[in-house]
Each structure stands twice: as C-alpha cells, then as structure tokens.
Design a protein around this ligand. Structure first.
Ligand code: ADP
Ligand code: MG
Length: 594
C-alpha cells in the first residue's frame, strides 16, 4: 500500500495548535459544536452542488446526515458526515493552512493581546474551527472521500507535533461512499466526552437545530419474556395431572442492544411557515427551550429579508423571572442566538435588545453573521444594529397585541409584571417613545381602580382641553386629596394620578403624547384657560398686602406668595416653581440621598 506522506503545517497553524493544546480553556466542549458545524457545512455544500449536478447524490447514495459514535472504554469519538468530503489537495489546503478568516482573526487577536502565550478566553470568542478538536484530542484522524476524487484519503495529526500526514485509505472496512469521518482519540483527562449520554446532551444543547439529522450511537433495551425451567422441588409437590396442564413459566428480562438515535430536531420551528405552526407548538418550544412551566403571554414569529436576513420567535413570559437587581444589570440568557441554525450563545441579550426589554425571551437565527461571532463583533456590526431595530419593533408589536386583546386581564398581568420596564424605556429610549406611549397605563381622577391608557385619556379630553394633566403622589388616596385637584375636578377635567415613583420621570421624558403636552398640575403656572382679568385685578388689590405680609413672615421658606384662582374650597396651597422639582420629586430625591 502507498505509504503516508509527511507535511509540515503552515507556521500559523503550528502556532495555533500550540495555543490550543496548551490552553487552559475551560469550555472545551465547543469542539463538538465546531465539528458538527463543519459537517453541516459540508452537507450544505453538497446539497447546493447537487442542485445542478444531481448525480453527485446518486453515484454515492447515502442519506445526508451526521452520525456520532462513541467508545467510552477507549475514549474515542467519531463524527461522520455524508457531505462534500475533501480531495488530497483540499486536505492540505484546508487542514494544513489557515485560510478562514475567523481563525486568522483569532491569531491576530492573540498577537495583539499583550499577554503572550495561550490566551484561552479568545478561543471561545473567535472559535478555532477544525483545530478545536485538539482541545480534547491527542490524535485526530480524518478519513474523507470527495466526489471529485475516486480515492479516499486519511489525514492524521497529533497534538504535539508540527507535522501531519496524508495517506490513501486502503482498509476496505473503512471505506465510505462519500463525506468525512473524523476520529478523535481523546486526551486522558477528556475521555469523559466519549460517554454516549454526554455527547447526546452536548448535541441537544448546541446543535439541536442543525438542519441535517444528527444520530448518536446509544445503548437501548427492551423487555422480553423468556421461558424458565420449573423449579424441580415445586414440580414434585404437584400431581401428575397438573403437570400436563401446567403453564410454562416465564420471566421478564431486559435485552440490551446499540442503535442510532436521532438526537436533534431537524426542522427548527422558526424555519417553518408561521401559518403552519400551532400556538401549542410555539408554547411547547418555549417551555422546553427556556425551562418554563407557564405558557407565555404572547409570541411572535417572523422572518426578515432584504438588507439582513434573520428569523426569530419572541415571547413575553407570563411572569417576570427577574428580581429588582436584574433590571439594573440583566444577565438573563433570554435570547438564544443561532447562526445558520447552529446555536452560538445565549449571552448576547444586551447586544440584541435594550436593557428595558430584557424580559423578552426568544431565539434569533441569522444567516449573515459569522459562526465564530463574538461580543466584540456584535457590538460593531451594522447587521446587528439593523437586527436590533427590527427585534425591538417586533417586540413592541407583540406587546401591543396583548394590549389590544379582548381579554383585558392579559394586559393587566403584563403591566403588573413589566410596566416598570416600559417606564424605564421612556427614560432610556427616546427613539421608541411613539411605541411605548400607547402601552402605558395610569390611574386617573376618574378611574381609581382600573388603570387607563393615554389613548383613553385623550378620548376623554374636553373639546377645549389642550394638555394632559397629571399629579404625582405616593398613593391614589393622597393624590385624590391634593388641593391642586379641586379646580380640575370641579371642571370635570381628568387628571392622571402618578403613584409609582418612576412615573413622574417617565412622563417628563415622554413630554407629550399625540401632540398633547403633559402638564403637572402642582406647578405654579397652571393655566386652565379660565382667567377672569377683571376679577383678578380686584382680588390682587384687596389681598396684595396680605401676600406681602405672609412672604415677610415666611422669609426664605417660600419663593413667593401669590393670589391664585386655582382653588375652589381650600384657602391656600403650596405649589412648586415652574422650573423646580415637584413635591413628589423632592420626596424621591430625598429618599435617594438619605
Ligand atoms: P471554517 O469551517 O470556518 O472554514 P474550519 O477550521 O472549521 O474553518 O475548517 C476548515 C476547512 O476544512 C473548512 O472550510 C472545510 O473546507 C474543511 N472541512 C472541515 N471539516 C470538513 C468536513 N467535515 N467535510 C468537508 N470539509 C471539511
Ligand atoms: Mg468550521
């Protein structure tokens, strides 16, 4: 048989191998994700080519799939795909040099990062593709057959070597019709990866939604009834007649065997046509994916095409799983990011959603991002900026959907859980004020028990009323008793009662709704459009000296003492200056600084 030929790695590969082999990277399991994604790529390439060359599939008939077999006793994992395979030259080009940009970027980053040696974190950030096999393996054998070649070749490399070898496959038992088989001989410390259950778990975690079937080799069992011989002692006691009729005794045993088991869903639910997916299916996917017990309040499944292409399913959880602190620093793992159906990470919520929408859960699958996408890449990416915009828009549509539902309780539940978040949105996301506004709810002087929307308020405005009135207080009762309210109640003008500490700041940020300004009725220049100049003149003359006297007595405690027409039964009221803090804000600020 032709003997193996030895090759030296390109210098960069040697360096990369060194880094990987000596890295203390703790997240070694990413090797499986990388290798499965290579297998999936190879299948994609073949599928793509076979569109124009259908004989590619016929000549070497085999289903398009990925099979992972483990030998836990010897610490061996083999990953076989029926994809495009590699020719001898491709083996040299692909596995001996660094062509792909992700790995090149990784090396560049290592170079730039001052700490020379193995910067293990970078491996996770950039992904090191095929070479990640050496995170766990001391020897890797790649046996591959391309439809472009009539021979099958074997590439072999070891963890601590600057060279690899290529030979022809001659063992007839090892011939494959098409594709690639990777065999990993695991390092002593990493032999645990060769447990069938471990592999199964990793596959479900990382590659559940690769669009080709992934089979893992699993031990199974079925119960079987076997006849057992009669116990001779027992037989003796029975009469001769009984013996003839006696039923044969059986016993149940478990028969063990090994077989391939489909380990992933081949058709991710988000790739399906939304019209063909039932609510129950969306909910089940949600419960399974996010380990939730309750069904979501709403879901939204959509595809965007054009400038950027991605698919997504978003959910509003029925209950907020986050504590108060989470809002300040959400580490929610609520958004699972996939690139071309390969699970990338659930750590990028902050890149894909603003903080105030961090309660939204879902999956996002992009076709435009690189597989080895990192936070740094996401933060700089124009694609991600567009994605983020669309995701936010869709999240608002979904929430608006709840608010428009027949069932008012649904939105009450939503508001109870997430009202604070949307108010935070008023403060942090000017750009989306138009979307947040219709979702806000407040008590009002005319609705103390059921909150109303701003639309309901506007509808209820008097024909001559220009502004939206509000007053902030620490409870509905104290708001209702505020003397500022008297005149407005008398005139039957509705006033929003802001009783949540964040309300006032939120409203001040919002400034207006449907071109109507929010007006704090506790401020000094409140104009209800009912000034009677004549009467005012007379009153001012009559009480001017009283005012001066009071100002003198109160001194610096007040800015001024004025005649006002805004009360109907109370003799006087303390109001805030036009540009000062409202009494409520003052109270809040005090509470914060104490
Ligand atoms: P990337 O997948 O980003 O290109 P990798 O280091 O993962 O980088 O793989 C390098 C190259 O090796 C791939 O581009 C591909 O050409 C080849 N390759 C790796 N695995 C396979 C496989 N299972 N079948 C065919 N080609 C493969
Ligand atoms: Mg790859």
């Amino acid at each position: 048989p032709p003997s193996a030929e030895k090759y030296e790695y390109q210098a960069e590969v040697s360096r990369l191998m060194d880094l990987i082999v000596n890295s203390l990277y703790s997240n070694k399991e990413v090797f499986l994700r990388e290798l499965i994604s290579n297998a999936s790529d190879a299948l994609d390439k073949l599928r793509f080519l076979s569109v124009t060359e259908p004989q590619l599939l016929k000549d070497a008939a085999a289903d398009l799939d990925i099979r992972i077999q483990t030998d836990k006793d010897n610490g061996i994992i083999s990953i076989t795909d029926t994809g495009i395979g590699m020719t001898r030259q491709e083996l040299v080009d692909c596995l001996g040099t660094i062509a792909q940009s992700g790995t090149a970027k990784f090396l560049k980053a290592v170079k730039e990062s001052k700490e020379s040696g193995s910067d293990s974190n970078l491996i996770g950030q950039f992904g090191v593709g095929f070479y990640s096999a050496f995170l766990v393996a001391e020897r890797v054998v790649v046996s591959t057959k391309s439809p472009k070649s009539d021979k099958q070749y074997v590439w072999e490399g070891e963890a601590n070597s600057s060279s690899y070898s290529i030979r022809e496959e001659t063992d007839p038992d090892k011939l494959i019709p098409r594709g690639t088989r990777l065999t990993l001989y695991l390092k002593n410390d990493d032999k645990g990866f060769a447990h069938p259950e471990r592999i199964q778990k990793l596959v479900t975690n990382y590659s559940q939604f690769v669009s080709f079937p992934i089979y893992t080799w699993q031990e199974k069992g079925y119960t079987k009834e076997v006849e057992v011989d009669e116990d001779p002692a027992e037989a003796k006691q029975e009469g001769e007649d009984d013996k003839a009729e006696r039923k044969k005794k059986t016993k149940k045993v478990i028969e063990k065997y090994w077989d391939w088991e489909l380990t992933n869903e081949t058709q991710p639910i988000w790739l399906r046509n939304p019209r063909e997916v039932s609510t129950e299916e969306y909910n089940e996917f949600y419960r399974k994916t996010f380990n939730e017990y309750l069904d979501p309040l709403a879901s939204s499944h959509f595809t965007t095409e054009g400038e950027v292409e991605f698919r997504s399913i978003l959910y509003v959880p029925a209950a907020s799983s986050m504590g108060k602190d989470d809002l300040a620093n959400p580490k929610t793992k609520n958004i699972r990011l996939y690139v071309k159906r390969v699970f990338i990470s659930d750590d990028f919520d902050g890149e894909l959603f603003p903080r105030y929408l961090s309660f939204v859960k879902g999956v996002v699958d992009s076709n435009d991002l690189p597989l080895n996408v990192s936070r740094e890449i996401l933060q700089e990416s124009r694609i991600v900026r567009i994605m983020r915009k669309r995701l936010v828009r869709k999240a608002f549509d979904m929430i608006l959907g709840i608010s428009l539902s027949e069932n008012r309780e649904d939105y009450e539940k939503f508001w109870d859980n997430y009202g604070k978040y949307l108010k935070l949105g008023c403060i942090e996301d000017r750009e989306n004020h138009k979307r947040i506004g219709p979702l806000l709810r407040f008590f009002s002087s005319q609705s103390e028990h059921d909150m109303i929307s701003l639309d309901e308020y506007v509808e209820n405005m008097k024909p001559e009323q220009k502004d939206i009135y509000y007053v902030a207080a620490d409870s509905v009762t104290s708001a209702k008793n505020a003397p500022f309210l008297e005149k407005l109640l008398e005139k039957d003008l509705e006033v929003l009662l802001l009783v949540d500490p964040i309300d006032e700041v939120a409203i001040q940020n919002l400034k207006s709704y449907k071109e109507k300004n929010f007006v704090d009725i506790s401020k000094e220049d409140l104009d209800l459009g009912d000034k009677d100049e004549e009467k005012e003149k007379v009153t001012k003359q009559e009480f001017g000296q009283t005012c001066d006297w009071m100002k003198k007595r109160l001194g610096d405690k007040v800015a001024s003492v004025q005649i006002s027409n805004r009360l109907s039964s109370s003799p006087c009221v303390l109001v805030s200056g036009k540009f000062g803090w409202s009494a409520n804000m003052e109270r809040l600020m005090k509470a914060q600084t104490v």
